[in-house]
Design a protein around this ligand. Structure first.
Ligand code: PRT
Ligand code: ZN
Length: 307
């Protein structure tokens, strides 16, 4: 049976193949509920996908893009991708690295940032990985911890536990733990201190490395949109008035995507200059601009940015 929506989407992606129905949508697994869910759905919506994600739904189909969303526990997503139940997914990089399934990292997504760290009782004097020699470590990330120990030639016991890892030293189950840390307050309230960071993590888009070409085209289109949303977030549109003699120096500070837009102001000798500035060195640049004579500086968020 032909999919009606397929005819609707297909011309967008393949202008030359309008009569070929699209085989099947790209199936993307997202977390059903938890720290990744809201931002994952927000990113997909900002990338132009329309869908309903009612509570308790197991899956939903975008109505304007060939994507089906599956709602799953984050830990299960890499396996579902390996089994080809899903084609792609959004998970924490920590889960991607731990599960070691046949998944490929496609794109870092910049949210759900955290770190995976070794933590020890506050009173201990952790001097480096050697401190862990012959000790017991409780963790939900046995593969990552084992790799860390191997890389440093340290032998230690690993106790795999799935939750409340931070209580393990207090109840005598382990000497140290390895767990996700964000603010550090969970460690502190359990009498632990962060001893060493094993990896930094953020949400990542992963996919099967064996994607068929029709689905690869959908993933590439989605990736293009995701990158446009991300560049927009990392940049601000900036407008200012400046004396004409400062234009060259200001252009050197904020060259923009190609070069700034410059328009004459009603006031002789002055121009309005528009450009794009990277969020990361934003404040430094603002100070430089002010010292070069810029006035009336406006900074505006960008919704999408395509180079
Ligand atoms: O139900 P499901 O299995 O899908 O979800 P989950 O409970 O396994 O995962 P969830 O929603 O808690 O986290 C999903 C992902 O968010 C993780 O895999 C990380 O990539 C990322 N993330 C970001 C975090 C945190 N920040 C975080 N703070 N995951 C967990 N935590 C926990 C951590 O385990 C510890 O208990 O928060 C506590 C530490 O936080 P601080 O702020 O006290 O240091
Ligand atoms: Zn989980």
């Amino acid at each position: 049976m032909l999919d009606q929506q397929a005819f609707f989407y297909y011309p967008l992606l393949h202008p030359t193949k309008m009569l070929t129905p699209m085989k099947s949508p790209l199936r993307i697994a997202v977390q059903k509920s938890g720290r990744l869910q809201e931002e994952s759905l927000k990113l997909l919506k900002e990338s132009g996908l329309h869908f309903n994600n009612g509570k308790d739904q197991l899956k939903t189909q975008a109505d304007n893009f060939p994507v089906e969303l599956l709602f799953l526990r984050d830990d299960d997503i890499p396996q579902y991708i390996e089994d080809r139940v899903a084609d792609a997914g959004i998970v924490g990089e920590n889960v991607f690295r731990e599960k070691q399934k046949n998944n490929k990292l496609i794109q870092r997504l910049g949210f759900a940032k955290c770190r995976l760290s070794i933590a020890v009782p506050r009173t201990e004097n952790y001097s480096g990985a050697q401190w862990l020699q012959n000790k017991n470590i409780a963790t939900s990330y046995p593969n990552i911890v084992q790799q860390f120990l191997n890389d440093r030639g340290v032998k230690a016991g690993i106790h795999e536990i799935s939750g409340s890892v931070e209580i393990a030293p207090g109840i005598g189950l382990a000497d140290a733990i390895c767990d996700i840390v964000s603010s550090g307050s969970t460690l502190m309230s359990n009498g632990l201190k962060e001893a060493e960071t094993i990896m930094e993590s953020e949400a990542v888009l992963v996919a099967t490395p064996e994607l068929e070409s029709s689905k690869k085209e959908i993933l590439d289109e989605l990736l293009f949109r995701v990158q446009a949303v991300q560049s927009a977030k990392n940049n601000k549109y900036i407008l200012m008035n400046c004396p004409n003699e400062a234009i060259a120096k200001i252009t050197a500070v904020i060259p923009g995507m190609k070069s700034p837009t410059i328009m004459a102001l009603g006031r002789p000798g002055w121009s309005s200059l528009h450009s794009v500035v990277d969020e990361n060195d934003f404040w430094k640049k603002i100070n430089q601009l002010k010292s070069l004579g810029a006035e009336g500086i406006l900074v505006i968020p960008i919704e999408k940015m395509i180079a």
